[in-house]
Design a protein around this ligand. Structure first.
Ligand code: CA
Ligand code: CA
Length: 211
């Protein structure tokens, strides 16, 4: 499972296009002070400036609505992939204050974790993605939603994927992760299981080189 690769937020930091100032019609957005962002992330000032220019080019208002985010997200997947549902979960995870809008600060913080965070930071981020309602437990229903979204993400490559396939996958995951068999996966269970799984650790480190 763990198609963590899919949730990486590709972003081309080499993109250097400075967008025209759209004038007074658009509210100008200023990110929090660069110094604070540097401390909160693993990016240098120069890198943050570069990412900001790219961000502003895509989103001149300085905030991203979910619809826009989904459009941008979809561009990184082959045609036929249904990215909408997974992008929704990624957006919710990045949108820390649940305002329905992604600020540059939230964007760059998520990007920092996914690209340069420690394995544990990435795992915590992934846990919060899977814990859809944010109550601290991954339920079977939440895992089913996520696994279905991941299959959608992979497109219609495999026509054999049906409800039973999803259910089997979720059963296998729970067998492995729900150590105390109480029907939910806690952060501790999640971290423990992922830390002991080489495949997962490997897929997590792929982020470093992804942009
Ligand atoms: Ca939950
Ligand atoms: Ca449990």
């Amino acid at each position: 499972m763990f198609h963590i690769d899919e949730c990486r937020t590709h972003y081309d930091v080499s993109q250097d296009s400075e967008v025209e100032d759209l004038g007074e019609h658009h509210q100008r957005y200023k990110p929090d002070s660069l110094g604070a962002l540097c401390r909160a992330t693993r990016f240098s000032e120069a890198e943050i400036k570069k990412i900001y220019r790219g961000f502003k080019a895509e989103c001149p208002t300085g905030v991203v609505k979910e619809d826009t985010f989904k459009l941008i997200y979809a561009q990184f997947f082959p045609q036929g992939a249904n990215t909408s549902q997974y992008a929704h979960y990624v957006f919710n995870t990045l949108d820390q204050d649940n305002s329905g809008l992604l600020s540059f600060d939230e964007f760059v913080t998520g990007l920092s974790i996914l690209s340069r965070g420690s394995l544990e930071e990435k795992l915590r981020w992934t846990f919060s993605l899977y814990d859809i309602n944010g109550d601290g437990y991954i339920t079977r229903e939440e895992m089913t939603d996520i696994v279905s979204a991941i299959y959608d993400l992979m497109g219609k490559l495999d026509p054999c994927v049906d409800e039973d396939t999803v259910k089997e996958k979720v059963d296998r995951i729970f067998q492995k992760m729900d150590v105390n068999k109480d029907g939910v996966v806690t952060l501790e269970e999640f971290l423990e299981c992922c830390n002991n799984d080489e495949d997962i650790s490997r897929s997590m480190t792929v982020f470093d080189s992804s942009f």
